[in-house]
Design a protein around this ligand. Structure first.
Ligand SMILES: Cc1cc2nc3c(=O)[nH]c(=O)nc-3n(C[C@H](O)[C@H](O)[C@H](O)COP(=O)(O)OP(=O)(O)OC[C@H]3O[C@@H](n4cnc5c(N)ncnc54)[C@H](O)[C@@H]3O)c2cc1C
Length: 352
């Protein structure tokens, strides 16, 4: 029998962020991840503090960013991999009114740090941007796939990772924690993303899930050095490759690439990009989204050994480090959770 402080289920952005908290506090832990699906594996990996539809900030965006950037830099050093890249994000204006809204936003004290007031002219012959671009400041990209691979290898080297599907039915409750097969733990933190729908203890939480698809294109002439945003993103990956998307589908929850999404993205791309390209891939993930756009953190109302860390939605990169820190403080130091992310906001839900 092996003794640990925590078992973590899931090694996406949430699981990694919670591992970091445990390492900082010298806690013993073991992570289970099946290696199947997961939103983190397909995300474009952009971090951008501004909501580009409305020119507003998401909940606690400045705080999130100020924690996330040094957090990823620290991980990069530890796993010896360059996962982080500063990447400009440019909004393509749709009209003069859109430009004016941008300037109005740049006057707001909470936004001035993130909104450049100089317009970027339309200089790429293959992009349709007659009203120019606005540049968001302090943006970048995390190569999450690389981060996950290297982080997993790091945990494996410490004997802290098991590539396996976690079976919820095998949890046994004891007087001072839980036993899962050959492991005894004080607590289990479930960071399963949309996989939580198979978790009998937390599946009742109102995580809706939103299917997102990208096409990956190769476009030799495009030569973009910034991610550009209209109603969708075009994100340069290097080697003339670009991620285009993503779609938002609230209805389907499967992880199969769909013809509809591919056609939607081709049509949208045609209104923005005029050079030749070929589609080399299509990727799918389910975003772990909640109706009120807030995360899901907290201890199970009946089983205090079981904890959920989920609901990172569309912004896992910015949110994961701050929320992991916050959850850890709650579990280990008894600090209250922000009411906005506490699962208690939905009342008590009984498990199966
Ligand atoms: C198309 C798309 C584009 C996105 N783009 C961005 C972006 O540009 N920037 C951004 O910040 N966010 C983006 N997101 C959102 C981001 O991906 C999520 O917020 C984040 O990845 C969620 O992380 P997570 O760890 O909660 O879940 P996941 O990444 O889904 O990880 C959950 C992990 O748990 C494992 N798991 C689940 N159940 C079990 C089990 N029973 N046993 C073992 N393992 C299990 C899964 O295999 C998976 O590895 C995007 C999402 C999608 C789908």
């Amino acid at each position: 029998m092996r003794d640990v402080d925590y078992i973590i289920v899931g090694l996406g952005l949430a699981g990694i962020a919670f591992c970091e908290q445990l390492e900082n506090a010298h806690k013993e832990f073991l992570v289970f991840d099946s290696g199947v699906d997961g939103a983190s594996r397909v995300a474009a990996g952009l971090y951008n503090p501004v909501i580009l539809k409305r020119y507003t900030l998401p909940w606690k965006a400045t705080e999130q960013l100020d924690i996330a950037v040094p957090y990823f830099k620290k991980i990069e050093k530890k796993i010896q991999a360059q996962c982080m890249q500063e990447l400009p994000v440019q909004k393509v204006f749709s009209s003069i009114e859109d430009q004016n809204n941008w300037f109005a936003a740049s006057d707001k004290p909470e936004l001035e740090r993130f909104i450049a007031t100089e317009l970027i002219p339309d200089s790429n012959q293959y992009i349709e941007a007659p009203y120019a671009y606005g540049k968001v400041l302090e943006t970048g990209r995390i190569d999450i796939k690389l981060l996950q691979q290297k982080y997993q290898a790091y945990l494996e080297s410490k004997n802290a990772f098991a590539k396996a599907e976690f079976e919820h039915s095998a949890i046994e409750f004891t007087s001072n924690g839980v036993v899962y097969k050959e492991v005894r733990a004080k607590r289990i933190v479930f960071a399963e993303g949309y996989g939580v729908k198979k978790n009998p203890y937390f599946k009742q939480l109102p995580l809706v899930g939103n299917k997102g698809e990208y096409i990956i294109i190769k476009a030799k002439d495009l030569k973009l050095t910034a991610a550009i945003k209209t109603s969708f993103f075009v994100v340069p990956l290097g080697g003339d490759l670009y991620k285009v998307g993503a779609t938002f589908n609230w209805k389907d929850k499967d992880t199969e690439p769909s013809k509809e999404a591919r056609e939607e993205l081709i049509e949208k791309l045609a209104s923005l990009v005029s050079c030749e390209y070929e589609i080399v891939d299509q990727e799918v993930g389910i975003r772990p989204t909640v109706g009120d756009r807030r995360a899901l953190l907290g201890i199970h109302p009946e089983y205090s050994e079981l904890v959920v860390f989920n609901g990172l939605g569309t912004r896992g990169i910015m949110m994961s480090a701050m929320l992991a820190m916050h959850l850890f403080d709650h579990l280990e130091n008894g600090k209250d959770l922000f009411k906005e992310v506490n699962i208690s906001r939905f009342g008590k839900r009984k498990s199966d």
